[in-house]
Structures are given as structure tokens and as C-alpha cells.
Write a protein that binds this ligand. Structure first.
Ligand code: MN
Length: 249
């Protein structure tokens, strides 16, 4: 039986005469399916008991990209460039992250995902790299229409990390569509990749569990530019499979 992978959803603004839409970008869904998982879209539910019940049905949790995390979660006022925010999504994802870690579920966190993971575990964020980090690389790639499928910069990967074992290289190219990044790293996470300007581009848990966050968008890269990034999804699904097998026995 293929492992069931929860993918947390974004929520759109309410439009005239229409309630908000809830959904996930296709590339995340395709990546889970390609790697052998069954995707289950998780809406940003307000009811914690529903979120907790959903978690019991999952073999892994994927936290995808999206808007900025509200800075009140790490005790800061919002930078002028920060936002818009989604209170519902922030609180649902923070709840799910804690529950997944408690239940030993593998977690893959992408872009906003690595940021919300760090915040959920007690870390903080650089709210705007271009204005807060002088001399930084062009991480937002704001005016690049093909930013999702282009290599923006390289990352250097820590020896011995899951990422390093999986990719088998010290350096690899990434796309970059983020204006925020990790500032104070949560005490239960370690940085496993950085760009040349020191920005944290990947994190992992301390204990060998599959708790992996990346700042780039591998779901868009493997299909277009850098096929090696599919390995991240394959390794994630393989670990979810192992988890599912222990639950069934
Ligand atoms: Mn970057």
C-alpha cells in the first residue's frame, strides 16, 4: 500500500460573492505521486481535533510554499514588506508539525514550509533578505518570469546530512523564490545547507528522523532543470513507507 502524504493547503482571499478557495499547487501533488505516495490535501482547518484526527491517517507530512508566516509567532512586528498573512494556515500548520513530530511522521518542508517549521519549533525569520542582509544574493528573483525553473544560485551541503547522502554532492544549483529565510535557528534543528552569502537553505532534525526543510522549490526543479531534486521526494516517500510498515505491524 502506497503511503498517504498530507499536503497542507493554501487559502485564497475571499472574492466578491465567493467564499475563499483552498488548494495546493499541482507540482507538489505531482512530485508525491511520481515518488510513489498518495497525496491527501489538508485544508487549514480551524478545528484542532479534526487536524489531530487527520494526522492519524497520514504516513508523512509535506508543508509546501506560500505566503509569509505572521511575525507575531516569533515575537516580532511585521516588516513593511511582510505579508499578507494567513492566521488559519499558520496555526493549522504549526499544530500539524507538532503532532507529526510527536507521532514520528516524516516531514518534508519546502520554502514557506522550512520557515513555518523553524517558527513552530521556536526559531525566527529574516523578514526581508534584500533590505536586512546587505550584499545578499538575489533570493527573491522577483522580476524573473522563469524563476521557478531556473538555477538562481548554488548551495553548499553539510557532509553527513540526509541531503548530502541523498544527492551525493557537496554543491548543487537551486531555484530561489523567497524574500524571507531563517534567522534564529530552532534549537532542535541543524542547518545542512547554505548559499554563499550565508543564508540557510536547508535544515534537518537532530536525531536521524526524516525532518527535512529546504528553502528552494525542488518540486519545480526536478521536472524542468535538475532531475536530481526528485531524489528528495523519493527519499521522503521511502521513509514514509517505512513508517507506514511499522504502523501496520
Ligand atoms: Mn535562495
Amino acid at each position: 500500500m502506497a503511503p498517504c502524504i498530507g499536503i497542507t493547503c493554501l487559502i485564497s482571499e475571499q472574492e466578491l460573492n465567493n467564499p475563499p478557495l483552498v488548494g495546493a499547487r499541482r507540482a507538489y501533488i505531482d512530485s508525491v505521486v511520481k515518488a510513489g505516495g498518495v497525496p491527501l490535501l489538508i485544508p487549514p482547518l480551524r478545528e484542532n481535533t479534526s487536524l489531530d484526527q487527520l494526522l492519524t491517517r497520514l504516513d508523512g507530512l509535506l508543508i509546501p510554499g506560500g505566503a509569509d508566516v505572521e511575525p507575531e509567532h516569533y515575537g516580532e512586528d511585521a516588516h513593511p514588506t511582510s505579508g499578507p498573512f494567513s492566521k488559519e494556515r499558520d496555526s493549522a500548520e504549526i499544530r500539524l508539525i507538532h503532532g507529526a513530530i510527536q507521532g514520528g511522521l516524516p516531514i518534508l518542508a519546502i520554502c514557506r514550509g522550512i520557515q513555518v517549521l523553524n517558527v513552530a519549533l521556536g526559531g525566527s525569520l529574516i523578514q526581508d533578505i534584500p533590505s536586512c542582509v546587505p550584499g545578499s544574493l538575489n533570493h527573491p528573483q522577483k522580476n524573473n518570469p522563469s524563476a521557478r525553473t531556473s538555477i538562481a544560485h548554488e548551495i553548499s551541503i553539510e557532509d553527513g546530512s540526509i541531503l548530502h547522502k541523498m544527492l551525493g554532492v557537496d554543491r548543487i544549483g537551486v531555484n530561489s523564490l523567497h524574500h524571507q529565510s531563517i534567522k534564529r535557528l530552532a534549537s532542535s534543528l541543524k542547518a545542512t545547507a547554505r548559499s554563499s552569502d550565508g543564508i540557510v537553505e536547508a535544515v534537518e532534525g537532530m536525531g536521524g528522523e526524516f525532518l527535512v526543510g529546504v528553502q528552494c522549490h525542488p518540486e519545480s526543479l526536478w521536472q524542468a532543470t535538475e532531475p536530481r531534486w526528485l531524489r528528495l521526494f523519493e527519499e521522503f516517500i521511502s521513509r514514509c513507507n517505512q513508517k507506514a510498515a511499522t504502523l501496520r505491524h
